[in-house]
Write a new protein. Structure first.
Length: 134
């Protein structure tokens, strides 16, 4: 049922805010994953340099290789979490927007006022005629 007495439906500010905040959180997660990715590369480069320099095997608690593995794991977690949050936010916005567009179409179809002026093409005896209503 269409409520012609009410205002034309529009997408709520809450829906927009939720979608934008979700996308922002997803982007921040991607930025954090990039930071961990850089930490992983730095730690692994340090590990390789230790071997080139002929250093002794470091303790497992302070090993650059273990730090690189941990940073790699965190980078993957944050990256895929960010992708998931952004995708979820986009899906939420898309579904709400489509539902709202359908409500707007119904409102416009049944409740829109008649146009005050119109230009119509109508058939006539000699071909086609233009009729302007005002």
């Amino acid at each position: 049922a269409v409520n012609c007495e009410g205002a034309r439906p529009k997408l709520s500010a809450q829906t927009k805010t939720i979608s934008y905040l979700g996308a922002s959180v997803g982007v921040m997660s991607l930025v954090i994953s990039k930071i961990y990715w850089n930490d992983k590369n730095t730690a692994y480069d340090n590990y390789q340099q230790l071997w080139v320099d002929g250093a002794a095997e470091p303790e497992p608690t302070n090993s650059p290789l273990e730090k690189a593995k941990l940073s790699d794991r965190n980078a993957k977690i944050y990256f895929w979490s960010g992708v998931g949050v952004i995708a979820g936010s986009a899906l939420y916005y898309t579904l709400k927007s489509r539902k709202n567009k359908q409500k707007q179409r119904n409102y416009d179809k049944f409740c829109a006022p008649e146009p005050k002026t119109s230009l119509q093409i109508t058939p006539s005896k000699n071909g086609v005629g233009l009729v302007w209503h005002f």
